[in-house]
Design a protein around this ligand. Structure first.
Ligand SMILES: [Zn+2]
Ligand SMILES: [Zn+2]
Length: 338
């Protein structure tokens, strides 16, 4: 089979890789329906994370079950399935507490930009749809496997409530999905921080009520202006840089909450500042598995359409161009079709 392999920063190739096969009785193998490039794939692509040896890429997937191991009874060959970027047995204490992305048997998916994918802990990880969904819904379901689930977690962690004010820091695919989540959870005012016209447009379409283009101190001042001088009830941090985190912390009101879901890169938080801010802070890799049944339902009933974050579709074999387009900000997110 063929799949994407990163050899060095800027060097992603579509080439022959080891066939996906059942290695453990808890595994399944799926045939990829659609997959995609994630914003976090750009960290190694840009050299911000080292690539010591060539390795496969990709952690977002939906597909058709090809084969299951002897211990997998919850899904069967032919079914359309959605999973998460983090595998989970869905039975351990952390899973039962709703933190499947911290499963005691967790593995992070890393081989999904390929024609077939091995899914560890398939029993707990995969959710099958009742029937094969219309192909036009596949992008939305693919978004659920990471960016929509992560946006949902940002809103959940920031405790968005009906009638509240939410600020979304970051206008990548996760930030845009976080706007959808804030809207679904009933936020009355949703302020999206974005400087890119195409992303502002999508944010407004997804339910943002205000756009703030300023960053840093000016951005914080604008948020204060819009929130009676005190800051927002909930801030959804969807970037992971020091600047974005600082902006998020200073945009929340005393007693407000920040949900941070951008993987932190060189983020440091001052203890004194946090102490006196009265701001609650929760983040981490999204427990997507907890949200899968609900989010799959919202997509299948066409209540939400997170598939709109994909503004470039390419054949899987052109995966390298998919990375380039996102790196050069020509695309928000690239959908790949085998
Ligand atoms: Zn991702
Ligand atoms: Zn578990």
């Amino acid at each position: 089979m063929r799949g994407a392999v990163i050899h060095a920063p800027g060097d992603v190739r579509f080439e022959t890789v080891d066939d996906a096969k059942i290695l453990k009785p808890t595994d399944a193998v799926i045939r990829t329906a659609v997959t995609c490039v994630c914003g976090s794939d750009l960290w190694p692509y840009r050299g911000a994370e080292p690539t010591e040896q060539a390795h496969p890429m990709g952690h977002e997937y939906v597909g058709f079950v090809e084969e299951v191991g002897s211990e997998v009874t919850s899904v069967k060959p032919g079914q359309f399935v959605v999973g998460s970027f983090a595998t989970s047995d869905n039975t351990c204490a952390n899973c039962r507490n709703g933190f499947q992305s911290n499963c005691l048997n967790r593995e992070f998916m890393s081989t999904c930009q390929a024609e077939y994918v091995r899914i560890p802990h398939a029993q707990g990880t995969l959710v099958a749809t009742d029937e094969t969904p219309d192909e036009e819904l596949w992008p939305g379901l693919l978004a659920v496997s990471d960016v929509m689930g992560t946006g949902w977690w940002a809103a959940d962690a920031a405790e968005v409530k009906p009638g509240s004010t939410a600020v979304v820091v970051g206008d990548g695919a996760v930030g845009l999905c976080a706007v959808i989540a804030a809207k679904e959870m009933g936020a009355e005012r949703i302020i999206a921080m974005s400087r890119h016209a195409s992303r502002q447009k999508l944010a407004l379409e997804f339910g943002a009520t205000d756009i703030v283009t300023e960053r840093g101190d000016e951005g914080i001042a604008r948020i204060k202006d819009l929130t009676g001088g005190i800051g927002a009830d909930s801030v959804l941090e969807c970037v992971g840089t020091a600047q974005a985190m600082s902006q998020a912390l200073h945009s929340a009101r005393p007693g407000g909450n920040v949900g941070f879901v951008g993987v932190p890169h060189e983020v440091a938080i001052d203890g004194q500042e946090l102490f006196f801010s009265h701001v609650g802070l929760r983040g981490g890799p999204a427990p997507v598995r907890r949200y899968l049944p609900d989010l799959i339902d919202r997509v299948l009933t066409r209540r939400i359409d997170p598939g709109k974050v994909f503004d470039l579709t390419l054949p899987l074999e052109q995966v390298a161009e998919g990375y380039r387009a996102m790196d050069e900000r020509r695309a928000i997110k690239t959908l790949l079709k085998p």
